[in-house]
Design a protein around this ligand. Structure first.
Ligand code: SF4
Ligand code: SF4
Length: 255
């Protein structure tokens, strides 16, 4: 969870300019990798479990904990910090991040944060998503005192966040679901959401080792891709979650 006291309350656009540099040798190197709460996205989990060569279940059991958001009643997954006094990230060493190429989306964006708002379009009155950015400024981070110039857009490009946003799009749409009174998720739906969005290997077993495909009409090519590709399985998980939360008719039941 983001500590709001570090959020600069100014909305930034893709063209906003700023100065920042993070490098091995800076006085605060790795100080941002302890005592933090890092929310993981479904694609973060796929990248990390693939990198480590373990199943999603093993990764979730060993490296994460679940937080149920009280208001939205959605389950969220957070990276478990070490249980030492400094609460260090399990992946940090004196040399930096040991999983750097597959680091989570939140670590990539830092010190930029991203937020999205649903609002009515002034002309059409249709609901549109507005994305904006903000700075996270923590006292220990010296990167803002450096001279390298960025825009939010060039920072995003440099940190490779596009693929994360693209892969997680379906999940973010679920997070936007309006929690109307009486439509909170019960424990059964929370468990189904968790499996379909985060535990890709268990969800694959659920689809392929039960009568699921006898009940639902899923395109044959998609089925073949889901067998071999975690990201295809993950995206099918988003469609399944939307279906069980009655957000959209994303799946068709067989006659
Ligand atoms: S995953 Fe890497 S970048 Fe993110 S907190 Fe851990 S060590 Fe730091
Ligand atoms: S605190 Fe800021 S400058 Fe220092 S290592 Fe972390 S991100 Fe880089």
């Amino acid at each position: 969870m983001l500590n709001m006291k570090h959020v600069e309350p100014v909305r930034l656009s893709l063209n906003t300019r700023f100065k920042f540099k993070c490098y091995k040798g800076i006085g605060c190197f790795t100080k941002c990798c302890s005592n933090i709460d890092i929310m993981l996205t479904p694609y973060d989990i796929v990248r990390l479990k693939t990198r480590m060569g373990i199943s999603s279940g093993e990764f979730l059991n060993n490296y994460t904990y679940i937080h149920i958001d009280e208001k939205a009643t959605h389950p969220f997954v957070f990276l478990k910090m070490n249980e030492d006094a400094g609460r260090e990230c399990p992946f940090v060493t004196a040399d930096g991040c040991t999983i750097y190429m597959d680091r989570p989306a939140n670590c990539r964006y830092y010190p930029v944060g991203q937020a999205s708002l649903k609002k009515a379009d002034e002309k059409t009155n249709e609901t549109v998503t507005e994305e904006f950015y903000f700075f996270v400024k923590e006292e220990h981070c010296l990167g803002f005192k450096e001279d390298s110039e960025w825009t939010i857009k060039s920072w995003r490009d440099d940190q490779g966040v596009d693929i994360y946003d693209d892969m997680n799009r379906g999940w973010k749409e679920i997070l936007f679901r309006r929690n109307l009174p009486g439509h909170e998720l019960d424990e059964k739906k929370q468990k189904a959401f968790y499996m379909a969005c985060y535990d890709v290997d268990r969800f694959r077993r659920f689809v392929f080792e039960t009568k699921f495909l006898e009940a639902f009409d899923v395109d044959g090519k998609r089925v073949e891709k889901m067998k071999a590709d975690d990201t295809e399985m993950m995206k099918f998980g988003f469609d399944y979650t939307k279906f069980i939360l009655m957000m959209e008719e994303t799946l068709k039941k067989k006659a």
